[in-house]
Design a protein around this ligand. Structure first.
Ligand code: SF4
Ligand code: SF4
Length: 207
């Protein structure tokens, strides 16, 4: 028994003498390697062109929305991070060229794993992903992005939705690329479903 104990102690002490020297060797070699430290956030790194970042809801060239409220993105999501409610367009309040639009659209970034399955499922290319990756927040509520936050901005030639479809065209013409900008004189309609009131009514209340 005594011999076994002594031989065990001998094995432990031999490598213990060399470890500090070997450790300094690793440090010394690292001094000559290229530094990998990122100076974030002062110098944010440029992402790869197809990096999966924050989502964006896209518009047609005249400003109408591409989302048709079909919920395919929500069904494709493995993290159950998307919530969609579709609704019918009317001639007085039109958000997309076809019959339906996405009335409510939310993505929960506390759940999203940025896998991109939702954008693959979208039949209209309404949903794509940007390169924006600064999504961290200390509040769960702030991590739920609404349609208003996800909807893309207005480029030149666009009028904000809701507004009427380009005269003489139908939904198919939008997907054929025949509509390239808003028709001259296009005006934004009153979003009654969002609680907006026609300006005439507002004046009537004041009087
Ligand atoms: S990127 Fe993936 S996890 Fe995130 S919302 Fe889309 S399908 Fe869901
Ligand atoms: S983003 Fe695309 S898949 Fe999702 S509801 Fe809108 S049209 Fe359908």
């Amino acid at each position: 028994m005594a011999d076994e104990t002594n031989s065990g102690q001998q094995k432990d002490t031999e490598p213990g003498f060399q470890n500090p020297v070997a450790g300094f060797g690793v440090t010394f070699k690292a001094m000559f390697k290229k530094r990998l430290t990122e100076q974030y956030p002062e110098q944010p790194k440029t992402t790869a062109p197809r990096f999966h970042g924050r989502h964006q809801l896209n518009r047609h060239p005249d400003g109408l929305e591409k989302c048709i409220g079909c919920e395919l993105c929500a069904w494709a999501c493995p993290a159950d991070a998307i919530y969609v409610e579709g609704a019918d367009n009317t001639e007085e309040e039109r958000y997309s060229p076809g019959e339906r639009y996405g009335r409510v659209y939310q993505i929960n970034y506390a759940r999203c794993i940025l896998c991109g399955l939702c954008i693959e499922a979208c039949p209209t290319r309404a949903l794509t992903m940007t390169n924006e990756f600064e999504l961290a927040d200390s509040s769960r509520a702030n991590l739920i992005y609404t349609k208003e936050q996800l909807l893309s901005g207005l480029d030149e030639g666009m009028v904000d939705s809701p507004h009427s479809i380009f005269p003489g065209t139908d939904e198919q013409d939008y997907y054929r690329g025949l509509v390239t900008e808003a028709a001259p004189g296009t005006e934004r309609q009153v979003a009654v479903s969002k609680g907006e009131k026609p300006s005439e009514d507002a004046e009537g209340v004041d009087v």
